[in-house]
Design a protein around this ligand. Sequence first.
Ligand code: LMG
Ligand code: NDP
Ligand code: PMR
Length: 395
Amino acid sequence: MALRAASLVSSALSVPKEGKPSASFKDSSLFGVSFSENLKAEFSSVALSSKREFKPVRAQTAATASPTVNKATSDGRKTLRKGSVVITGASSGLGLATAKALAETGKWHVIMACRDFLKAERAAKGAGMPKENYTIMHLDLSSLESVRQFVDNFRRSERPLDVLVCNAAVYLPTAKEPTYTADGFELSVGTNHLGHFLLARLLVEDLNKSDYPSRRLIIVGSITGNTNTLAGNVPPKASLGDLRGLAGGINGLNSSAMIDGGDFDGAKAYKDSKVCNMLTMQEFHRRYHEETGITFASLYPGCIATTGLFREHIPLFRLLFPPFQKYITKGYVSEEESGKRLAQVVSDPSLTKSGVYWSWNKTSASFENQLSEEASDADKARKLWEVSEKLVGLA
Ligand code: LMG
Ligand code: NDP
Ligand code: PMR
């Protein structure tokens, strides 16, 4: 049975797939892709319905110029100053690989926003990152107070903010009972979504003040939150329902710990949090892109089966997951490769389109992927935004 399932999976996965470098709006395999034409219609209707309903915050500061932007060289030509990028969770996995890829170019100063200062320092040193190209700052996304403190500290440092990458995440697949953030939110959604939501809402103002030519806000998504893919159909599936649990504070007291109000499931909570990340990116795009010119993007970097994300999973899973992804689904990517991908979304001049969920095909060419129906539901995105604002104290 297992063998049969394996061969089914394997053949289902061998559908040839094309993604055109950084432009195409289609794809047709199971890896990140639509099962129905409806989704395409769904997606474009979302795009069409993105008329401004809301006033962006501080749009008037968009063009604030700073004398540090361009340094004139001796022959009078202007060169771009170093970009300044904040990456959350840069102490391991994708975040670290991205920090390394950017720091090594010499064109970026990376602010590694991490909960464990020493771990981050060791990681940066171990990765051989040039020390003039990074700074570590403390940020614990599971505490709203820490998020606010980080923003204050960052502003005090007087560095510009050119790109923000919301990358950190926790995944608690074996937890039987929910655990909670400092503010009483279920830990995975509290950290992965609400902590980042507050951070991004506060720092979008700083992005808006930057005079860097391409300012970007990137929120890492995932295939497993998208039910228009095979990976997104492995139970338990993501679903936010009508957000009743979230509206109740996902605190397990007067409300469920799950966004949809159901029973706690750690794997589902993670996938739900990724849906929130992808919806948040799109809602940012609708509310801010036109007025500020900031690029909002999300991505699925590939299955980086060796990262710390799976630290809470059972040992057998950790042993089998990498070969399973490498040889059966062929969705595996190394940490290094995933870092290059996210670094592209940070800095590649051809990836400036806003509102996009990027993926990569087998030859590592980027393409605009389609999100599932739920992960591209504009009404849900608006509701999620409004409920999240209340929970983090912004409304
Ligand atoms: C969940 O179970 C737990 O319920 C949850 O609490 C949490 O712990 C979570 O992610 C963590 O796991 C997961 C479990 C559920 O999946 C498994 O790990 C079971 C593996 C079963 C093995 C099946 C054989 C596959 C062959 C692999 C052989 C290599 C071994 C390596 C394995 C490494 C680990 C991955 O999964 C199930 O219930 C089983 C169902 C699996 C099928 C999923 C695919 C569904 C596809 C549906 C597609 C529908 C869309 C239509 C597609 C149309 C295509 C044209
Ligand atoms: P890792 O566990 O290696 O990295 C996660 C990072 O988040 C770590 O640096 C961790 O810090 C940090 N972090 C966790 N909790 C907090 C917190 N409360 N405050 C601040 N930082 C925190 O996992 P990955 O690199 O795999 O994950 C990175 C991103 O990639 C996530 O958004 C994940 O959802 C996404 N992703 C991963 C995939 C994969 O296959 N691995 C696939 C698709 C998406 P510490 O080092 O201190 O633990
Ligand atoms: Mg999945 C079809 C290809 C594919 C891809 C690209 C992934 C990515 N997975 C695929 C298929 C399958 N997975 C199949 C067929 C199964 C059943 C055997 C399967 C199982 C599975 C489990 C149990 N997969 C998992 C788990 C996890 O615990 C991971 C998870 O869901 O974390 C939320 C996971 C993942 N699979 C992926 C990716 C990228 C993950 C990891 C995490 C993430 O989305 O960030």
